[in-house]
Design a protein around this ligand. Structure first.
Ligand SMILES: [Ca+2]
Ligand SMILES: [Ca+2]
Ligand SMILES: [Ca+2]
Length: 162
């Protein structure tokens, strides 16, 4: 069985994804680039509703992070601060962000993530090992119908993104 990476590893990875200029800090420009890249990777056009919702969710999470850390608007966030935030906040902003990813990845807008669509979610998180993807997919497809509903996906998020 493939080991699921520890939560700290996952957080480190998502920090690396978000810090798009790789200077070790998150700022607003990083998040804008990250949003645009992801929208592009999921093959969405920037003016689609799912793309707009995703950008808004990233903004909301960013504002919430800054608020939680007592930062002034526009201040950058270090990796350590980000890690503490992810470990300690059971924030609705993280859920909103995760749901916005679901909508972005759900290319045919049918309320379910197929295995292929879920594969794209893990790919943008940096997980490309097909065996790993299959294992995670099968673990969370609790009714074994070959797709993830939002609630099956939410379980994955709860156990892996926060
Ligand atoms: Ca940066
Ligand atoms: Ca779908
Ligand atoms: Ca299912």
């Amino acid at each position: 069985m493939t080991a699921i990476p520890s939560i700290e590893k996952m957080i480190e990875k998502s920090f690396g994804n978000l810090d798009s200029d790789h200077d070790g800090y998150l700022d607003e420009a990083d998040l804008k680039r990250y949003s645009d890249e992801l929208i592009n990777k999921f093959g969405r056009s920037p003016d689609e509703a799912a793309a707009g919702n995703f950008r808004a969710a990233v903004q909301g999470m960013w504002r919430h992070m800054q608020g939680a850390m007592d930062k002034n608007q526009g201040q950058r966030i270090s990796k350590q601060e980000f890690t503490e935030y992810q470990l300690n906040q059971a924030s609705t902003e993280v859920d909103t962000f995760a749901e916005a990813i679901f909508d972005l990845a759900n290319a045919d807008d049918n309320n379910h993530l197929s295995r292929e669509e879920f594969r794209n979610v893990l790919a943008v998180e940096g997980q490309k090992d097909p065996k790993f993807v299959d294992e995670v997919f099968e673990r969370y497809d609790s009714d074994n119908d070959g797709s993830l509903t939002k609630s099956e996906y939410r379980k994955y998020v709860q156990e892996h993104m926060r």
